[in-house]
Design a protein around this ligand. Structure first.
Ligand code: FES
Ligand SMILES: [Fe+2]
Length: 451
């Protein structure tokens, strides 16, 4: 069976709030996603702090394609398909490191850090007819750009520039990247694990779903929340004792062009129950600088969830930045980075890493709750009838509006504006051949939402 554009359009109805669960479990759709979504959008590769010197490299993926990101001798950054042009072996195997060349372990072809094929063993004997090495360099990722320390790649020469692609999500992302002079860095290594679920489940949750936290994370909240005997400071002094949704004054969701974000308005710079005392203290100590750089709203925005379409997610305050690398329709490989202000003292960086791993590492007490939901959903979707029974995406339908204090289309935090936007953008990319059409559709949809 071949899926038509009409079929795809029929799977997502943002006007009535309905989605067809086949979007999470169909192999044919997945192949289309690799080409039309992951082949065209800006994908997070790594942080500049992970490749500081010439010859430094970091191995990652753009969807299923292995990619090596390399700092060049002149300080610029290039990214290549990590695929030997002889028989497709990976040429770079370490997670990261420093090198002068990438030598393929299969037959020894060797490539410079600029991707050029520089050495072929026994070349005169093996290729008596001659081998034009200039033709057989590593395939270079079409475009690589940096945004405040984060490096992104894109295969599509027609795609909008990175900042235009980001749109208003950049304002929300700056709340993490730009709190202090000097920017951010990645603390420690990268935690990697797989979850048996479609990539859109976690991406949508980080874009749009604060709603689950009240229920899915209730046991964590009971352990860490306020106690009748006042014994509610388990991790150090200064955390907000009660979950932020109980104490917040207001709460917002933002959703536009497939991106999404949500957070609570608080009055305290340490409104987070999941982190060590050193982290809470650090947020109190640095709130003035953050306020000066970002303004009141973002300086106090410490309990936010976010996803930049398609697969880069982060949480304010708890320092997790992650990519959901798709692995077929039924699996994601999570890459979890701990991101913190470069200017933070060493012991605070350690506390960030401890806190982040405890909550959102592979065995994190919040991560486990989320993963269980996603893997259970994916199991349910094995069922023939489950795969064809429509799902409700109606929350907050029709209540979108613009606000003066933050950019973009917003709604109350417990809504599905960002989820509807994510699936709408997913459809638009799958069915439109040009970015001009994609933009036209997004623009008219967003205008319609806030009219
Ligand atoms: S596959 Fe790389 S040298 Fe043969
Ligand atoms: Fe969660």
């Amino acid at each position: 069976m071949e899926i038509s554009s009409k079929d795809i359009e029929g799977m997502v109805d943002v006007h009535t709030g309905r989605i067809h669960p086949a979007i999470y479990a169909n192999a044919e759709l997945y192949e289309l996603e690799l080409e039309r979504i992951f082949g065209r959008t800006w994908l997070f590769l790594c942080h500049v702090s992970q490749i500081p010197k010439g010859g430094d490299f970091f191995n990652t993926y753009m969807a299923e394609d292995p990619i090596v990101v390399v700092r060049q001798k002149d300080g610029s950054i290039k990214a290549f398909l990590n695929q030997c042009r002889h028989r497709s072996m990976r040429v770079s195997h370490a997670d990261s490191g420093n090198t002068k060349a990438f030598t393929c372990p299969y037959h020894g072809w060797s490539y410079g850090v600029d991707g050029a094929l520089v050495n072929v063993p026994l070349e005169p004997k093996a290729y008596p007819q001659g081998l034009c090495k200039e033709k057989w360099g590593l395939r270079e990722v079409t475009r690589v750009r940096e945004y405040k320390g984060l490096i992104f790649g894109n295969w599509d020469p027609e795609a909008p520039e990175l900042e235009e692609y980001m749109g208003d999500i950049a304002w929300y992302l700056d709340g993490v990247l730009d709190r202090r002079e000097g920017g951010t860095e990645i603390i420690g290594g990268v935690q990697k694990w797989t979850i048996d679920c479609n990539w859109k489940l976690p991406a949508e949750q980080f874009a749009s779903d604060q709603y689950h936290a009240l229920f899915s994370h209730v046991s964590a909240v009971q352990v860490l929340g306020a106690k009748p005997d006042g014994d509610d400071r388990h991790l150090g002094s200064g955390q907000t004792a009660r979950p932020v949704w109980e104490t917040a004054k207001d709460a917002v969701q933002y959703g536009e062009r497939g991106h999404g974000s949500g957070f609570f308005f608080t009055e305290r710079p340490d409104a987070n129950v999941w982190v060590d005392g050193e982290v809470s203290q650090y947020f109190r100590d640095t709130v003035d600088e953050a306020r000066e750089r970002l303004g009141e709203v973002r300086a106090l925005r410490l309990a936010g969830h976010n996803n930049m379409f398609p697969t880069m997610s982060w949480l304010n305050g708890t320092a997790t930045l992650r990519v959901w690398h798709p692995r077929g329709p039924n699996q994601v490989e999570v890459w979890n980075f701990c991101i913190a202000d470069k200017a933070a003292p060493e012991q605070v960086k350690e506390a960030f890493e401890r806190s982040e791993t405890r909550a959102f590492g592979p065995a994190g007490f919040l991560e486990q709750d989320d993963s269980e939901n996603w893997t259970e959903i994916q199991k349910v979707l094995r069922g023939k009838f489950a795969r064809s029974t429509k799902l409700c995406l109606e929350m907050g339908l029709g209540n979108e509006r613009m606000r003066d204090d933050m950019p973009g289309v917003t709604n109350y935090i417990f809504s599905e504006t960002a989820a509807r936007g994510l699936y709408k953008h997913w459809v638009d990319l799958l069915v439109c051949d040009t970015w001009a059409e994609v933009h036209e559709r997004s623009r008219s949809y967003e205008l319609e939402l806030v009219k």
